[in-house]
Design a protein around this ligand. Sequence first.
Ligand code: NAP
Length: 218
Amino acid sequence: MAQWRERWSLTRRIGIMGGTFDPIHYGHLIGAEEARFRFGLEKVIFMPCGQPPHKKDYPVTPARHRLAMVLLATASNPYFQVSTEEIERPGPSYTIDTIRSYRERFGEALDLYFITGADAILEILTWKENTELIRLTRFIGITRPGYDLTALNQRLPPSYLERIDILEIPTIDISSTQLRQRVCTGEPIRYLTPDPVRDYIAKEGLYRNANQKTEVGR
Ligand code: NAP
């Protein structure tokens, strides 16, 4: 028992919550909190992408706005932190670069979990250096209620599946796409994202026009 305690105290267990967060909403926040609790994570570090690797030709809202909204949304949770690492790194925000930098800083004495949407993890075989990535970190795939795991089980090899935990979150079906569309068509987003994020979107006039996205990534 004493030995177990010692190992537990030496090994830090951290979650990195990766996403574009365009914008952040309660689904992301509930997912991060649930992952923290279920997996005994010391903290969850929100990591907004600078330039999402698979959206090179698809404009996303400038990173400064996405970061501001993530900071506003996470401020009240002492277990949540926000990193600007991917935003500051030039070029596409490859997950392998982020995970490597954590491994270089903390070595093997770190239980690392990369948390993101299960639909994003479904594409992991197309991610840069994914064989090395899955060796360096475990994954937590956040799903919405009713998510069908067949595609994941059929597409990914067993050696990947054993490094991926699926976490279904108890929430209503919310997505960033829906939020953008609702703002664009003048529908309310209250109770879908924290009030400070809703106020920020209104103040900055984000998502009002479907073609408004002005910059790729940063
Ligand atoms: P995406 O393709 O826009 O999203 C796919 C699905 O996952 C959507 O339903 C999305 O819902 C959901 N999702 C995304 N992030 C989530 C999160 N943190 N928690 C819960 N659901 C989430 O995904 P993305 O945001 O561009 O990429 C997700 C992460 O994978 C990022 O950290 C990205 O850097 C990484 N990634 C890396 C590579 C690579 O290294 N080559 C390639 C692709 C993605 P919402 O739209 O509501 O968020």
